[in-house]
Design a protein around this ligand. Sequence first.
Ligand SMILES: *[C@@H]1O[C@H](CO)[C@@H](O)[C@H](O)[C@H]1NC(C)=O
Ligand SMILES: *[C@@H]1O[C@H](CO)[C@@H](O)[C@H](O)[C@H]1NC(C)=O
Ligand SMILES: *[C@@H]1O[C@H](CO)[C@@H](O)[C@H](O)[C@H]1NC(C)=O
Ligand SMILES: *[C@@H]1O[C@H](CO)[C@@H](O)[C@H](O)[C@H]1NC(C)=O
Ligand SMILES: *[C@@H]1O[C@H](CO)[C@@H](O)[C@H](O)[C@H]1NC(C)=O
Ligand SMILES: *[C@@H]1O[C@H](CO)[C@@H](O)[C@H](O)[C@H]1NC(C)=O
Length: 306
Amino acid sequence: MGGARRVGWVAAGLVLGAGACYCIYRLARGQRPGSQRLRLRSSRSAEDLTNGSYDDILTAEQLQKLLYLLESTEDPIILERALVTLGNNAAFSTNQVIIRELGGIPIVGRKINDPNYSIKEKALNALSNLSVNVENQIKIKVYVSQVCEDVLSGPLNSPVQLAGLRLLTNMTVTNDHQHLLSHYITDLFQVLLAGNGSTKVQVLKLLLNLSENPAMTEGLLGAQVDSSFLSLYDGHVAKEILLRALTLFQNINNCFKKEGHLAKPAFTKGSLFFHLYGEECAQKMQALVNHPDADVKEKVTIIPKF
Ligand SMILES: *[C@@H]1O[C@H](CO)[C@@H](O)[C@H](O)[C@H]1NC(C)=O
Ligand SMILES: *[C@@H]1O[C@H](CO)[C@@H](O)[C@H](O)[C@H]1NC(C)=O
Ligand SMILES: *[C@@H]1O[C@H](CO)[C@@H](O)[C@H](O)[C@H]1NC(C)=O
Ligand SMILES: *[C@@H]1O[C@H](CO)[C@@H](O)[C@H](O)[C@H]1NC(C)=O
Ligand SMILES: *[C@@H]1O[C@H](CO)[C@@H](O)[C@H](O)[C@H]1NC(C)=O
Ligand SMILES: *[C@@H]1O[C@H](CO)[C@@H](O)[C@H](O)[C@H]1NC(C)=O
C-alpha cells in the first residue's frame, strides 16, 4: 500500500505544480481570483488522467504529467492504466509528435523490460501506436532486437507475443529498419508454424512486409524452415492464412526474379528456397488451382508454373 500512497503524493505534487504555474499565468494576465478555483477544480491530477473513462485527447501538459507518473510509480495498476492512456493518445498523429518531443519514447520503451507481462504488453501496444510516425521509428528501432527476443522466447500465442509481433509489423511498413530483423527470420518461421491462427496471421503480416523488400529476399529464401511449412498451402487452411501464405510466395518470387544475381547454390536443403521451389510445393499449387474460393484460385494462377 506504500506504493499507492506514494503515487497519491506524487499526483498531489503535480496538481500543486500546475496550480502554481496557473497563478503565475493569472498574475501575468491580471484575472480575477474567483476563476482560479474553478480552473484548479477542473484541472485533472495525473491519477485522474489514468482513469479509464478518459478517452479524449490530452494536452501536452497532461501528457507530460502522464509520462512523469510512468517514471515515478511502481504500482502495476497505475502503470498499466498510464500506458493504456498513453497508447490511446498515441493513436493521434499530433500526440505522436508531442510524446516524442517530451522524451516519452524511452520512458515507454523501458517498460517493455518490465517482468510483468501485462505491463510489458501495454508498453508494446503504446509503442505500436507511437511507431506510426517515421521519426518515432528512429527512436523505437533500438528496441527491435529486444522485442524480437521477447517474441521468440515469450509464451506462444500470448497477448504479449502478439503485441510484440504487431509492433514489429508496424516497424516494417517501410524498408528502413527491416534489416534489424535479419537474424530472426528462421525463428520467426518457427513461431509461424507453431502458433495458432491468430499468431500465424500476425507473423504472416510481418513476413509479408519483409517479402516486398528485395534486400530481404536472400535472407528469407535462405531461412531454415521445417517441411511442415508446406502444409500452409493445403486446401483446407483458413482463407486469411492461405491467401497470405500465397502472397508471401508471390512477393518472394517477384523479388527473386528481379534479383537474378542471387546465387542459387547458397540455398541449402531445408531452406525456404528448397521448399518453395521443390516438387511438393508445385503439386500443392496444382491442387489449389481447383480451390472453391475465387480469391485463392486467382492468387494461385499468378504463381508461375513449375
Ligand atoms: C473515474 O472518473 C469518474 C468520472 O469521470 C469518477 O466517477 C470515478 O470515480 C473515477 N474513478 C477513479 C478510480 O478515479
Ligand atoms: C501485473 O500487472 C497487473 C496489471 O496491473 C496486475 O493486476 C498484476 O497483479 C501484476 N502481477 C504481478 C505479479 O505483479
Ligand atoms: C492504438 O491506436 C488504435 C487506432 O489506431 C486504437 O484503436 C487503440 O486503442 C490504440 N491504443 C493501443 C494501446 O493500442
Ligand atoms: C500499428 O499498430 C496499431 C496498434 O497495434 C494498429 O492499430 C495500426 O493499424 C498499425 N499501423 C500500421 C500502419 O500497420
Ligand atoms: C490462440 O491462442 C490464444 C491464447 O490461448 C487465444 O486467446 C486465441 O483465441 C487463439 N486463437 C485462435 C484463432 O485459436
Ligand atoms: C506492411 O503491412 C501493412 C499491414 O499489415 C501494410 O499496410 C503495409 O503497406 C506493408 N508494408 C510493406 C512495405 O509491405
